[in-house]
Design a protein around this ligand. Sequence first.
Ligand code: GLA
Length: 381
Amino acid sequence: MSDIRTHFFTQFNYTPSLAVQSPGRINLIGEHTDYNQGFVMPAAIDKSVQVAIGKRTDGTIHMAAMDLNETAVLSIENLKPHATQWVNYIIGVVHQASITQGFDICLQGNIPIGAGLSSSAAVACAVLFALNELYALQYTKMEMALMVQKAEHDFAGVQCGLMDMFASLHGQKNKVILLDCATHTYQYYPLHLTDYSIVLFDTQIKHALASSEYNTRRLECEQGVQVIQKMYPQVQSLRDATMEQVETCLGPSTATPPKIYQRCSYVVSEILRVQEAVIDLETGNIPAFGKKMYATHEGLSTQYEVSCPELDFLVDAVRLNENVIGARMMGGGFGGCTINIIKKSALATVTKQVAASYAQQTNKVLAVYIISIEAGTHVIK
Ligand code: GLA
């Protein structure tokens, strides 16, 4: 990546006050559980966004997105959602932090857009972290994660959970993070994959319904909780619900629409699965962990219905391959990547086979990313 500070200088003709890097994320297990107050297990990756920032003396924000070759200028007063999405990820956090002094900002990145690696959260985290430093705002990383989430709700229109921004900000090298989305407490686990690598297969597809279906899933889960609450008032979210309660209140013998039952069964079983997967990690039982990834995919595809033919194809393509310990779709769904745990010695053969069959099936080129786990948002020299 070329130097973001140099870009800033070229663009604004002075040296920036600071530059910040914020990574994309993977999620090992725990999908669509964050907004249900469950557990997730993300990690920050070696693909990131960089921003350089400098103060202005007036009340305007001058923005330059180097990769898109686009610029925007806005007054810092009365910020409202903008027609250009990348602008929203900047002004959304400016609004959250109630910044009143203008600034110049320039950004670039190498996180593939629309691949489900949270490039948008990385932009917002980089900007807020930079503003936090620039104006000595003293927000903690968790406070910033919550502000970025709120900015995404208000400015980008996606009712996302906390996982993406949390992971981008809190990542640590070679560690996955178990986040409890109910209490916001978290724990780092060293990831010892020894003979295995984490590999993403990017469908290079992003179906248009992704964000509207995402918001619908959230509502369906809330509807399920409302029904369960009639019998079990103590249940505040699907995190509190048991499979028995789901069966009793939402199951086939009830008047609840089958879709609500399917959505909630998936979420409750996934929350349990993450807790069991932690034990697999602790005991180094990677094969057991991998089996759970396949089970997650099955649930996301058949019960939660957020997969798509391309993602299912990629998981099916490796399911019987003994060199692939686990695979599943990752992130919100309807396109993006599958995450795979693949034996290092078989990496070249497996990726070649999968790419060839994917091309034959879809006429699309498969993008392959071998991932390393890196540090979260930080200032760069
Ligand atoms: C998207 C959202 C996250 C999370 C995942 C699904 O990435 O931004 O909050 O809900 O989907 O696990």
